[in-house]
Design a protein around this ligand. Sequence first.
Ligand code: NAP
Length: 475
Amino acid sequence: MYINGERVSAASGDTFEVTNPATGEVIGRVPDGAASDATAAIDAAADAATAWAGTPPFARADLLHTAWQLMLDRADDLAGLMTTEQGKPLRASKAEVIYGADFLRWFAEEARRIEGAWLTSGRADQRFLQTHAPVGVVAAITPWNYPISMLTRKMGPALAAGCTMVLKPAEATPLCAQAVIDVFEDAGFPPGVVNLVTTGDPKPVGDVFTGDPRVRKLTFTGSTAVGRVLAGKAASNLQRVSVELGGHAPFIVFPDADPVHAAKGAAALKFLNSGQACISPNRLYVHDSAQQAFIDTIVPRVEKISVGVGTTDGVKVGPLINEAAVAKVEAQVEDARAKGAAVPVGGRRVTDGDLAAGHFYAPTILNNVTDDMAIYREETFGPVAPVITYDDVDTVIEAANDTNYGLAAYVYTSDLKTAMRAVEGLKFGIIGVNDVNPTSATVPFGGMNDSGLGREGGHEGLAEYLETKVAGFAL
Ligand code: NAP
């Protein structure tokens, strides 16, 4: 772990294993931190808070810029580590490192623009000054599916704003978090500004984060169930909360879209990170006039996707994170099959040869999916594309909105009016219009309803870590 600028063991001396999900091999051991370690990390962050908040934004920006550059210099090594620990193919790991680093550059630039205002008053003898201050100590809890960028998407804005941090990464990917800490240490961030607690038992650490009044903000990315619990606990201390949670993205192919282009987009998007992405399409609504061309295009493409260990050349889909993830996908596919879905490709575990030691599931298309199937409502987090055929253009937006989630949605159309109506009508925080990657460090990322509270990235990302202050001046 990393507390107050020092590498430390857990107070108990305990450790836990980290395994490669593609091979089952143990690839490392990390400290198994507990409540007392979380408190020590908060002590360090609280002690460093005043000096860091008083560090000029230009100096904070320079450190973030250095971290950005270091992360790019180390991109190949970081990508190799990520593939071994999390499973995604090397190319995807490298893309994530670059995406993750981009948040450091963006927020380095934003740090210089923490602005205020000089405001008028109804009183002739009064003026107002509005300024911003860092919220204070931030506790961050992150998932395993994007083990580097989910950290930097929080570290960039928090550190730019002048907050100090305690981080708790996912149990499955602590080695990536340690490598991120190396970057920040080597960039020259002062002791105590970022602290890392690893643990195999997240609840006691989470309880310290939400129970310590010195923590002024909790930022969480993960499942809706855990985010809801943590937000409830944080409320008792009136901590600010950002929770980036699950999704159930619709992907709508309108009758005026090119179905071949849409199918190529769906095939490229759905199987990224083996479908383990909060913005992965989970319901593909294809108009009945486009359905045949869509299926005829996507099925052969999916058949050709190479599944395997992410370090092997040509592999496009790696393992799922663990056995529970494979079992969940398997259960959803079997439920859909039993209720009448066709499975033109995939629909099985992959256990050929050495892959039997890992957690692999074949890229799968489900056709004729209906709203009584579990996959229609539950987040899948696996390489399965459920296709739903529709015939009524006027009600498809309503169907797409029929979910408690509200993170990402995608529409394919060649008609500007249809696109505009869809963007206005869809109750989702992120919408791709003929676009399979509507994300960037420059724009806010986040969802509505059960997909969370708050935004990361863009200008909004920084605002999440700033208090507003007003000073009235009597003249
Ligand atoms: P998760 O089970 O909720 O875990 C997320 C993090 O919370 C992990 O670090 C986990 O630690 C920790 N945690 C679990 N229970 C806790 C507790 N009681 N107290 C404190 N911390 C606790 O989610 P996941 O399976 O890792 O991630 C997948 C989910 O993340 C999906 O639902 C996905 O949609 C969502 N996600 C959302 C976004 C977004 O931006 N909206 C981005 C990526 C992922 P352990 O690892 O030790 O369990």
